[in-house]
Ligand binder design. Structure first.
Ligand code: C2E
Ligand code: CA
Ligand code: CA
Length: 555
């Protein structure tokens, strides 16, 4: 293809490009040679959005993949109209995904230049990225996450070390629910005051998400930050008062050094969030410091996360899916399979998901990987449906994926493009989803239920509000966690518990799948507990698709 377009036209493309670049101050520029559909884009756009390069064939198709699923149709229509000569240009707004998987609002203006035969010759335009511009949070006056990343980029480019701390309040929605939003806003104002008193002269504060703040300090050590945080935490949880009321606030925090400049700032930030979640899980509000420890004497966790992130950016290279069969508890016939993610590289070998998912599932980049998982799983499993028309493919999703506005559209798009029947798909969600507004979550479930997709509540019984969640969400399947199976042969109490849970699930209209069944003995007990299906090493470990076909398919 490269040779099709003569050198001469390439020179013209470059010349025109430079002319437009000068006038398009502060925006990205693109110029497309429409005869060959060959474009040149700004280097800044290539970097920011993670595009393949500044020269691209079919850049419109590549760009379309970055556009929010809900905005894709109008973009597509507009580009078609331009290339067919129907429209002379466009002026539109859409959301586009940056290289980290975050959507930014862009306005795009473009116009067609005609050749002397009045045929479309060049398409030239600019894209303005508004995500970067509006970085001030109106409620607190702090900068938001974009501001933070701009600051981090500056530190990285100068290789200046700093310390970073994340401080947040857990379950803040209960404050809003109990006392109302105005009260909640006053609480946030007071929090902001306290944060300023404690840290303003030693660093820059950002409001990154809800009631979550980040401090970037070049002067305080982690120990000093830790001391100041302890004082602040006591003050907030014990003394904060609004109109004579004391809202009980649970404060959590994490911190780490910013010094690994070879690692992407977002990878560092994901580790900070991971450490913050650990502080939350521990529950006592202690600061959790992420030390870039040598994990199990081998891998440096931060570097591993960085490499895994790069693989996602590089079209999910190195990722693959294994499939673990799900078996009918009565007939022992194949009912379906759960897709389980793996990552491998020459340096790290095969890495189990437990090592990288808990960290990168906080990362916006997981949204890209999540979509890849859906598409790949449906493509790979589709041939099974001929032999097993009732086959159900289970795909895990994480909280960040569900939080995206585009989640439902993304699932529908991939069902369409793979031609996979919705009723043969089951989406596994975990209790972490309760972090999402319940009405939003119910909306997602009902929209996808409406087209036949099923839902399973994973790891049931490991969190403290399982029963409540199950009752609210009306999932089709409940997957009972392995911990209930582990000692089932030793203690009758566990078998009874399993029967009670199955019964409860039945009342809620859900079927029960038991996970982590490893022995025949366990299997026999479980079969007596009224469960519907079983998954575990006793039947099969997760295996590559080829092995899955070899084991379960006739042809
Ligand atoms: P999960 O969703 O609860 O998946 C079941 C895990 O239990 C799998 O571990 C599976 O290999 C393991 N397992 C199944 N049967 C047995 C058994 O009999 N004995 C034992 N000891 N283990 C058994 P795996 O593949 O390492 O995955 C770990 C976790 O990583 C998953 O737990 C899930 O939370 C997450 N994960 C895996 N793939 C994905 C994915 O595609 N997306 C998301 N969001 N998370 C994923
Ligand atoms: Ca699962
Ligand atoms: Ca599970």
């Amino acid at each position: 293809m490269e040779n099709e377009m003569g050198k001469e036209r390439k020179v013209i493309l470059d010349k025109l490009y430079h002319a437009f670049e000068i006038v398009a101050e502060g925006s990205y520029v693109y110029l497309c040679d429409m005869k060959y559909d060959y474009s040149r884009w700004s280097e800044e756009a290539v970097q920011y959005f993670g595009l393949p390069g500044k020269y691209m064939y079919h850049a419109g198709d590549i760009w379309e993949e970055h556009i929010h699923p809900e905005d894709q149709a109008s973009y597509h229509e507009s580009i078609e109209a331009i290339f067919s000569g129907k429209d002379l240009g466009h002026d539109m707004q859409y959301r586009a995904m940056d290289r980290e998987g975050r959507y930014v609002v862009c306005t795009c203006q473009g116009t067609v230049l005609w050749d002397k035969d009045e045929k479309p010759d060049y398409f030239v335009g600019s894209i303005r990225n508004h995500g970067l511009v509006n970085s001030l949070d109106s409620l607190t006056g702090f900068q938001n996450q974009y501001g933070l990343f701009q600051h981090l980029n500056v530190l990285y480019s100068k290789r200046e070390k700093a310390n970073i701390m994340m401080i947040g309040i857990g379950h803040f929605s209960t404050v809003n629910e109990m006392w109302g939003y105005d009260f909640g806003n006053i609480v946030i104002h007071k929090l902001v005051q306290r944060l300023k008193e404690a840290f303003q002269n030693v660093g820059v504060l950002y409001r990154v998400d809800g009631v979550k703040f980040v401090l970037l300090s070049r002067t305080l050590s982690l120990e000093e930050l830790s001391k100041r945080y302890e004082i602040l935490r006591k003050e907030i949880s014990e003394k904060l008062e609004v109109d004579g009321y004391h809202p009980s606030l649970q404060v959590y925090a994490s911190a780490m050094e910013v010094k690994a400049f070879e690692v992407n700032p977002q990878a560092m930030y994901s580790c900070l969030e991971y450490a913050y979640n650990l502080s939350k899980e521990k529950g006592n509000g202690e600061l959790h410091i992420f030390r870039d420890q040598i994990d199990e004497g081998r891998d440096n966790l931060l570097t591993l996360v960085n490499v895994v992130r790069k693989s996602v950016e590089d079209h999910c290279r190195g990722f693959l899916l294994y499939y673990q069969p799900i078996i009918d508890a009565n007939t022992h016939k194949l009912r379906g399979a759960e897709a389980l993610l793996r990552w491998q590289s020459a340096e790290y070998g095969m890495v189990p998901p437990g090592k990288f998912i808990p960290i990168i599932e906080n990362d916006p980049i997981f949204v890209r990987l999540g979509e890849w998982i859906f598409r790949r799983a449906m493509e790979e499993i589709k041939p099974c449906l001929k032999e097993y028309p009732e086959f159900v493919l289970n795909v895990n999703v994480s909280y960040v994926q569900l939080r995206q506005d585009s989640f439902v559209a993304m699932v529908k798009k991939n069902l369409d493009s793979t031609g996979y029947p919705p009723e043969n798909l089951c989406i596994e969600i975990t209790e972490r989803c309760k972090l999402i507004d319940i009405n939003r979550l119910l909306g997602i479930l009902s929209e996808l239920h409406a087209i036949g997709v099923r839902f399973a509540l994973d790891d049931f019984g490991t969190g403290y509000s399982s029963l409540n969640i199950l009752n609210q969400l009306k999932c089709d399947v409940v997957k009972i966690d392995k911990v209930f199976v582990d000692h089932i042969t030793e203690e009758t109490k566990n078998a009874e518990l399993l029967s009670v849970m199955s019964h409860f699930a039945e009342i809620c209209g859900s079927k029960v799948c038991v996970e982590g069944v490893e022995t025949q003995e366990q299997c026999e007990i479980i079969e007596q507990c009224g469960v519907d299906s079983i998954q575990g090493y006793y039947f099969s470990r997760p295996i590559p698709i080829e092995s899955f076909f070899a084991q379960f398919m006739c042809q």
